[in-house]
Design a protein around this ligand. Structure first.
Ligand code: ADP
Ligand code: MG
Length: 283
């Protein structure tokens, strides 16, 4: 039978915008020793500001934005939304893409104006043998046209309000913290420093997020994962407790044990606090 405390836990959680998919999730959460957090859209707002547009020789900034943003219309990734918004602000009329292939944790392939467009990160470019003259160390979306490099768009993201306070609360609960991201190293290290997170796994492919999770579990014990992307679904399913941001992809929400019906990062610490109270664990 299910103890009554679980129902009061679920009731309290709903007032915080936290949805536990059953009492077992509350109990499992009360036992986690580590929190692995996705970066983009979880710790950061997902609003990227464009820092620099670097077209390759023979292309204008607007050519680059046209092909890149047109391709990105097929994606719901935060990077895609920011690039499309920028193209619209520049009054660039975007084209409809055909034969769209969204590659989780990498980018987009499609056909625009009879040309094969490849838009995404360095892994995607290298896989397609696209020569990149200069590999950036910050968050970068590369574009290639018919296999030829057409330029880079450099972006920066911002931490969510209360991200630092939330990490402090997790540490107070004796939970170790780690960032798991497909993003570039330098940007991630900077953000981690601001947050007081020492354990950083950057430039991860979706499958590598799984092995990072394994590593954390081996070192620290039961681990919760918090993420929002389609590429996060396997890790959410594999974590001892998978938590999805409600603002994220449907696949993430489906794979999760706990859903935050808010984009506020405090929900991570609030969920733990509710789990401790429900299970009579002193904190
Ligand atoms: P994070 O783990 O930070 O949430 P994701 O795993 O969602 O990031 O994506 C990993 C990386 O894949 C991104 O940092 C980006 O380099 C690349 N990527 C994914 N989708 C896209 C896209 N639509 N356009 C460009 N790059 C993308
Ligand atoms: Mg994400």
């Amino acid at each position: 039978s299910v103890p009554l405390a679980f129902f009061s836990g679920i009731g309290r959680a709903s007032r915080y915008g936290i949805l536990f998919k059953g009492g077992a999730a509350i109990e499992a959460l009360s036992k986690v020793k580590a929190a692995a957090l996705d970066k983009t859209g979880t710790l950061t707002t997902g609003n990227f500001a464009i820092q620099e547009i670097k077209p390759a020789d023979g292309f204008s900034p607007n050519d680059l934005l046209y092909f890149c943003a047109s391709a990105e219309q097929a994606s719901s990734h935060p990077l895609a939304l920011s690039i499309i918004k920028n193209a619209q602000e520049e009054n660039i009329t975007l084209a409809a893409a055909a034969q769209i292939n969204e590659l989780s944790g990498k980018g987009i392939e499609c056909i625009i104006d009879n040309k094969k467009i490849t838009v995404g990160n360095i892994n995607l470019m290298q896989e397609n043998n696209i020569h990149i003259p200069f590999v950036e160390t910050v968050t970068t979306v590369y574009t290639a046209i018919d296999g030829i490099y057409a330029g880079s768009i450099l972006l920066t993201d911002e931490l969510k309000a209360n991200a630092r306070a939330t990490i402090d609360r997790l540490h107070k609960y004796d939970i170790s913290t780690a960032i798991l991201t497909g993003d570039a190293e330098k940007n991630t290290v900077l953000l981690a420093k601001k947050l007081g997170i020492k354990n950083i796994f950057a430039k991860l492919l979706p499958t590598e997020k799984l092995s990072a999770l394994q590593k954390i579990r081996q070192n620290d014990g039961a681990v919760m994962f918090v993420g929002d992307g389609i590429n996060d679904a396997p890790v959410l399913a594999n974590a001892n407790v998978g938590c999805a941001m409600g603002s994220g992809a449907d696949a993430a929400i489906e794979a999760a044990d706990v859903v935050f019906m808010t984009s506020k990062i405090e929900a991570v610490a609030d969920a733990l606090q509710i789990a401790y109270t429900t299970n009579n664990i002193a904190i």
